[in-house]
Design a protein around this ligand. Structure first.
Ligand code: ZN
Length: 263
């Protein structure tokens, strides 16, 4: 999911002019840790480029209200956490895909040479097995930070007080979400565990970019149950406007995605 100019053959629409690459800034604070979006821009594509709707969806599912009629526009970027004594940039740590590693290095030099880079071991193993060469040159971007990488090997790995890397395999073998905060005062950064809120509140969606589509679908269903029961706000890396939302079950029994009002 790179943004590039010119005619594309993969379903993605041409990138916007640079001056239009301005995304709204979202900021949420949980347990004394602030979470800000760090937008790099956006990409635009017909929804079917990434998603498969539930069977039985109406033929006009791409204009059903979930997506813009002219093509689904979604942000690219990361999130910055400010704890009492650290800055933590969240992007590649959720998983190793080309659109999440872009600034790890520039011209072969690490962008943040003093920073520890946390990645799950299962994604690192996939990279080393050669997948990174195939994913639009990803290995060339990641290789320069090799000495800075700290591999998470557990289901849950605390990388700083109140910041937890939690394995949710499916999108990639080492795909993680980030739990921020403590107890009831938490928020989840989902990365690409869900590309769109529809895949959390409606059954049957598949994501074409999931390495294990069935495993990822089951993991999302479990996550949606947890989000509904707990009321924890969450945001995916590509959710519209980088905005947090909650899974809510209405009186009619159906689920909906309700944006968190940060005003
Ligand atoms: Zn991804």
């Amino acid at each position: 999911m790179t943004v590039a100019s010119g005619v594309r053959t993969d379903g993605f629409l041409p990138s916007p002019p640079t001056e239009e690459i301005v995304m709204p800034q979202e900021k949420l604070t949980v347990s004394g840790i602030s979470i800000e979006s760090v937008p790099d821009g956006w990409a635009q594509a017909p929804p079917g480029t990434l998603l498969v709707p539930p069977s039985g969806s109406p033929a006009d599912w791409e204009t059903s209200g979930w997506f813009e009629p002219g093509g689904w526009r979604f942000p690219l970027g990361g999130f910055l956490l400010r704890t009492a004594d650290r800055l933590i940039l969240v992007d590649a740590g959720t998983h190793l895909h080309r659109d999440h590693v872009g600034w790890l290095s520039v011209d072969g030099e690490p962008t943040f040479p003093a920073a520890a880079h946390h990645v799950h071991a299962a994604d690192w193993a996939t990279l080393e097995s050669g997948h990174g060469e195939a994913d639009m040159g990803m290995a060339d971007i990641v290789r320069p930070i090799g000495d800075l990488v700290r591999l998470a090997r557990a289901e849950r790995t605390e990388i700083a007080p109140g910041v937890l890397l939690r394995l949710v395999a499916g999108h990639t073998p080492g795909n993680c979400l980030i739990e921020v905060g403590e107890g009831e005062d938490r928020a989840f950064l989902l990365g690409d565990t869900a590309h769109h809120p529809a895949t959390l509140v409606e059954d049957g969606w598949l994501d074409k970019f999931d390495a294990d589509r069935d495993g990822a679908r089951k993991a999302r269903a479990q996550l949606a149950d947890e989000l509904e029961a707990s009321g924890i706000p969450a945001v995916g890396a590509h959710f519209d406007g980088c905005r947090f939302g909650r899974v809510i079950r209405g009186r009619d029994g159906s689920r909906r995605w309700e944006l968190v009002d940060l005003a």
